[in-house]
Design a protein around this ligand. Structure first.
Ligand SMILES: *Cc1c(COP(=O)(O)O)cnc(C)c1O
Length: 464
């Protein structure tokens, strides 16, 4: 078989990008502190998080199970808050939001970004101060805008000309005057490990700086007395490891502030530079320290403002992944183990693309370990796959696991706190897993596992 090309039209050739597995780690049992939650250890062979043995967590709460290290979350939230000014960090709820997380965010002094009526409802139910909430979205519905206006949320980020008119109309109707930001497409599009300054702004979000749409939006908002224009917003991408992209975006936004000042004689007081700060998923990923991000952004904005003779605006950021990602893991039970033609071993777990879509969706990289015990056996190149009816149902494309791996073992996947539970689905009528928060030897279910009854309840033939 070696050297044989993929047959034309082979689905595998399309679905599975060439894999370039990292070499096997020197110690398969090691828990790399750069990748795992801060409280993760090995004790008595098993992985522990928050002082709790994953074998006990699996026995009590079942698998698959999301485990979230509460202290890890809180510490990262505080690190961002301390690096920036008090009140200037907004947690991006889309990464993962539930009642407990909304409370942690508020307790740690962060604001909250929401981008749907559902996320807004969680925040309001949990008593998050509306003044500390920002509403995002490229297609907010009338009812979402109305709910935000009625609650008196701190900022609405305007994403299109149509929305400017719609928010102004609804604000007038409800007798409100919301503070708004204009989302600007700066032409900086950041990708993992690099950034590309593009000439075209070929995407659905924001109003283009290059085409002049952003400045036209400013004119329209300033002409509407129902809206209070607080500033400009830019979000350049996700899982970014360098500050250059943010710096170019900041440079272009300050240039716009200067143009606005020239044209209207007004200086806008706020610049929101969005989120996208990268985290370590696999060894070699090197996230930027929040302090360094803050220092660089402040420095570049101050320098640019000085060159235009502008006052330095308030700088806000919106980290999601960088706060919730690293503290989360997913614990799975190993089922079928299949050796394919000496190529690699397919290790099937009891979840998959329904609890972690990111690998199937855009080839995200993860790593994991045998979590229920240690093993001194040789490494075996594995692909950790789910139980769903798609061959692209992959959780970890290349994972070194010990040769004696057996059904019933627990495997934990690292850094699944962000964009896993929040993107989870019921594909194949699989109930979504529980989320358990762990801290100081105590576990608490913060989102319970779905049951078959939960799934059937919506079916009008079965339960109508
Ligand atoms: C997604 C998003 C964020 C958060 O991105 P992370 O990569 O999770 O930090 C922040 N702001 C906006 C507008 C977003 O769309």
């Amino acid at each position: 078989m070696t050297g044989m090309a993929h047959p034309a039209g082979s689905r595998h050739a399309d679905i599975l990008p060439d894999s370039h597995p990292l070499p096997a780690p020197a110690d398969l049992n090691a828990i790399n502190p750069a990748i795992w939650p801060r409280s993760a250890r090995r004790a008595d062979g098993a992985l522990t998080v928050g002082g709790l043995d994953v074998r006990d967590l699996a026995a009590e709460f079942g698998t698959p199970l999301y485990v979230l290290d509460e202290d890890d979350f809180r510490a990262r939230a505080r690190e961002f808050r301390n690096a920036f000014h008090e009140e200037d960090v907004y947690y991006a709820g889309k990464a993962f939001l539930c009642g407990a997380v909304a409370r942690w965010v508020a307790e740690e002094g962060l604001g909250l970004d929401v981008c749907s009526g559902g996320e807004l409802a969680i925040a309001l139910r949990m008593g998050v101060d509306p003044a500390r909430i920002t509403l995002h979205g490229n297609n907010k519905s009338t009812s979402e805008i109305e709910k935000a206006l009625e609650a008196g949320i701190g900022h609405i980020v305007l994403d299109s000309f149509e929305e400017i008119a719609r928010v102004a109309y609804l604000a007038a109707k409800l007798g409100k005057r919301p503070r708004v930001l204009i989302r600007v497409t700066t032409g900086v599009e950041a990708h993992t490990h690099e950034f590309i300054a593009t000439a075209h702004d070929d995407q659905k979000f924001g109003l283009s700086r290059n085409s002049g749409a952003a400045l036209e939006a400013v004119r329209r908002v300033l002409a509407l007395e129902q809206l209070e224009l607080a500033g400009l917003h830019s979000h350049i991408g996700s899982q970014i490891f360098q500050t250059d992209g943010f710096e170019v975006a900041a440079h272009r936004l300050v240039e716009l502030l200067a143009a606005i000042h020239d044209e209207h004689g007004r200086q806008l007081p706020e610049l929101d530079l969005g989120g996208g700060f990268g985290i370590a998923y696999v060894s070699g990923d090197e996230p930027i320290d929040p302090k360094l991000i803050a220092d660089n952004l402040r420095r570049i904005v101050a320098k640019e403002c000085a060159s235009y003779d502008l006052a330095v605006p308030r700088i806000t950021v919106e980290p999601g992944r960088a706060i919730v990602g690293p503290g989360g893991i997913t614990v799975y039970e190993v089922g079928t183990i299949k050796d394919v033609e000496g190529l690699r071993t397919y290790v099937s777990v009891d979840g998959g693309m329904s609890d972690n879509l990111r690998t199937a969706l855009y080839g995200a990289e993860y790593t994991g370990v045998l979590a229920s015990r240690t093993s001194e056996m040789s490494p075996m190149l594995s692909r950790l796959v789910g139980k769903h009816c798609e061959s692209g149902d992959i959780v970890v494309r290349d994972l070194w696991l010990p040769e004696d791996l057996a059904p019933g073992d627990l495997v934990a996947v690292a850094a699944t706190g962000a964009y896993c539970r929040s993107m989870a689905s019921n594909y194949n009528h699989v109930p979504r897993p529980a989320v358990v928060a762990v801290q100081d030897g105590t576990a608490r279910v913060i989102v319970r596992r779905e049951t078959e009854d939960d799934l059937l309840r919506l079916d009008m033939e079965v339960c109508g």
